[in-house]
Each structure stands twice: as structure tokens, then as C-alpha cells.
Design a protein around this ligand. Sequence first.
Ligand code: TMP
Length: 217
Amino acid sequence: MFITFEGIEGCGKSTQAGLLIKFLRERGKEAVLTREPGGSRLGLDLRRILLSMENQDLSEEAELFLYLADRAQHVHSLIIPSLMAGKVVISDRFTDSTIAYQGYGRGIDTGFLDQLNNMAVKGILPDLTILLDLPAEIGLKRAQSRNTQKNLTVSEGRFESESLEFHQKIRQGYLDWAARNKYRFLIVDATGNIDTIFRSITGRMEDFLAKSFEKKH
Ligand code: TMP
């Protein structure tokens, strides 16, 4: 069972992914929480490179291939072995981030990105993708205040420093892509508070969770 969380900056996916893993573990599921970029040893180095303000001159192509390298290693070293061991894997970002950011955001053809993604993931696709949706203005404000609190502005600020228009394109891109892949997307309103959003996720995942528990027993 492979679940991914997606959304723009400040949508709260890391918090919600953390709550979902706790929820599943309390119900006896063996579950692994991971993220992109940075879900493997190599990925940790790539994350630093990709998000650092020092690399504002990174070309769009170099950016794309670094995300794909991170994903290929992540799938190979962590996702496939965990799924093979029967664990639930939850990833904070996956293939759809490349479609939204490098595709709708940077303007690279999404059909071409889909092919590159397919090569990087060796056929592994999420069973369920939870898209936390909210207006870009709200997300960016949340992300900026989080970064200031954690002093992350310099080390992880490269995308937050992009224009509001860029983030609006990404939000729209996610919604468009979700409409084209309805079978695996769950779109959740992420403007409310943490508990309301989490209840909305688990409430709407009921069928999916029931199936997952049936498989085990
Ligand atoms: P986050 O994990 O803190 O959300 O930051 C990851 C950043 O990297 C975020 O701004 C989105 C961006 N990103 C891409 O542009 N393409 C990708 O394929 C992935 C996984 C992330």
C-alpha cells in the first residue's frame, strides 16, 4: 500500500503525513514515513543542493534531473524494499510534484515528464494520492513564517522565494493533474485547522482503509 501527499508550500502535508502514520501504526500497521527530496542517503545530499538559496542559478534541466535522481534512488533503496516487506509506505511528495513544479511551474511538457517519472519509479505508482489544496497566498504565508521560526530561509528557501504567480500556477497544475488522474487522487480542503483536515482525510479514506485492513486479516 503506497500513499503520497502532495500540495503547494505550506499546505500542511508533512503534519498530516505524520498524523496518518501514527493513526496507521496505532491500528497495528507497519508503516514507513518518507519524503522527497531526501528519502535516501544520496537524497539527503540532493535535498540540500536542491533547496539551498546558494543554488539559485540552477538550470531548469539540472533541477529536473536532480529530482529524478533523488526519486530513482528513493524507489530503489527504500520504497520497493518496504512495499515488498508488506509495509505501508507514506511519502511526503512523489512524482506529482515533478509534474506540478517542473511541468506546470517551469513549463516543461507534462507528457515528457510522465515518461521520465515512469523510468525513475520502475512501475511503482501510488495507490492513493492526497492533495492538500489551498490558495497560494495562504500557503506561502504559512511556509514563510515556518521557515523564519526554524531559521530555514537560507538553507531551504529556494522555492519559497519564487513569485506568488509561480505558486498559483502550481496549485492550478495540481488540480488539473488530479482531475486527469481521478482514480487515485483525493483532494482535501487544507484551509482549516490541523484536526479538521485530518478528520476529513481519514473520513474520506474509509473505504481505502477498510480494504487495507481486509488485506492483512
Ligand atoms: P518540501 O519537501 O519541504 O515540501 O520541499 C520540497 C521542494 O521541492 C518544494 O518546493 C517542491 C520542490 N519539488 C519539486 O520542484 N519537484 C519535485 O519533484 C519534488 C519532489 C519537489
